[in-house]
Design a protein around this ligand. Structure first.
Ligand SMILES: Nc1ncnc2c1ncn2[C@@H]1O[C@H](COP(=O)(O)OP(=O)(O)OP(=O)(O)O)[C@@H](O)[C@H]1O
Ligand SMILES: [Mg+2]
Length: 101
């Protein structure tokens, strides 16, 4: 079982000029003790994808995925309260700057 297992993750933002798809169907699988680097040009959706995993996107974001599991736990089905037990403890983010994650 992968530590983090994501299939077909999509994030769309509801903006004043319509729907903006920032992440379009990515798959990510990370095994325990494995280090994965996600590389891409600025604005390609790296931060948004990981913020979606942590449930830290604003309400304007719609997150969908066929699968989003951490240690076999379904992150999509979890309540905010359940997620708070994992986020910050087992899954964390080092922000590159104040807001631009
Ligand atoms: N709250 C938001 N509402 C609308 N669009 C957003 C929002 N947050 C991010 N975006 C857009 O989503 C896209 C992906 O942004 P993201 O920050 O994930 O890029 P990135 O790959 O992390 O870039 P960088 O390498 O500069 O950190 C960008 O076009 C960004 O403008
Ligand atoms: Mg970023």
């Amino acid at each position: 079982m992968a530590l983090l297992d994501i299939k077909n993750l999509t994030v769309a933002f509801d903006t004043s000029v319509g729907l903006f798809k920032a992440v379009d169907g990515i798959d990510v699988s990370v095994e325990a003790r494995e280090v994965l680097a996600i590389v891409g040009e600025s604005g390609s959706g790296k931060s948004v994808a990981m913020l979606a995993v942590m449930g830290l996107l604003p309400k304007t974001a719609t997150v969908t995925a066929d699968k989003m599991e951490f240690e076999g736990l379904d992150l999509l089905a979890m309540t905010a309260q359940e997620k708070r037990k994992i986020i910050g403890k087992d899954i964390a983010m080092i922000f590159q700057s104040r807001w631009q994650a």
